[in-house]
Design a binder for this molecule. Structure first.
Ligand code: TMP
Length: 209
């Protein structure tokens, strides 16, 4: 049996993904698991971080949905080739977002036709699938409330309607995909951690460590 897992955390902006990623690392360490890589998308390599910066913080220039999509896939390819592929057989990889984000944001949110995402997935040979995707499901009104004092980036500045479309698409995919575990993230952080802990411990127990 494989003795490490690829865990992805997903959710709309303000759902608490980053906190939960750090919490998962803490949990794994409690089980004496130390071969862990924490990464995120877009980003995770020097080139991908530059792309992340462009994707999130471009101002004063028209930024088309197609540009956004292509930069996200360029970033994903850098991460796949330089971090995920070389470590997938030796490390636990925890990623704050992965390819499901593109379905939710670019198809659900932006309205891009799915056939282009399918093409890009094949083009970059994205054949590495997570063992579990924890989707933090939250009402966009609550999520945006949580980040209202933060200096928002280009995507975080989108409307409630945009985030509702993204959320609906996440839920649509989650219903069809058994590796996606929906966690209710509307409640307190302690409650979310409790629900996540149950999933992760189950995952660890099915694993030789
Ligand atoms: P975050 O790392 O703070 O979540 O910011 C990443 C932003 O990029 C977030 O607003 C979602 C967006 N994004 C997409 O639109 N599509 C994608 O495929 C990924 C990975 C992220």
């Amino acid at each position: 049996m494989k003795n490490h897992k690829f865990i992805v955390i997903e959710g709309i902006d303000g759902s608490g993904k980053t906190t939960i990623c750090n919490y998962i690392i803490k949990l794994l360490k409690n089980f004496n698991i130390t071969n862990i890589i924490l990464t995120h998308e877009p980003g995770g390599t020097p080139v991908a971080e530059k792309l992340r910066n462009i994707i999130k913080f471009t101002k004063k220039e028209n930024f088309s949905y197609k540009t956004e999509l292509l930069l996200i896939y360029a970033s994903r390819l850098q991460l796949l080739n330089n971090i995920i592929r070389p470590n997938i057989n030796t490390h636990w990889i925890i990623s704050d977002r992965y390819d499901i984000s593109s379905y939710a944001y670019q198809i659900g949110g932006r309205g891009i036709n799915k056939k282009y995402i399918t093409f890009l997935q094949n083009f970059i040979k994205n054949n590495i699938k997570p063992d579990i995707i924890i989707y933090l499901d939250i009402d966009p009104i609550i999520a945006l409330q949580r980040i209202k004092f933060k200096k928002k980036d280009r995507i975080e500045n989108e409307s409630i309607n945009f985030f509702s479309r993204v959320r609906n698409y996440y839920l649509k995919i989650a219903k069809k995909n058994k590796i996606i575990k929906i966690i209710n993230a509307n409640n307190s952080l302690e409650n979310v951690k409790f629900l996540v802990k149950k999933k992760i411990i189950k995952l660890i127990k099915f694993t030789e460590i």
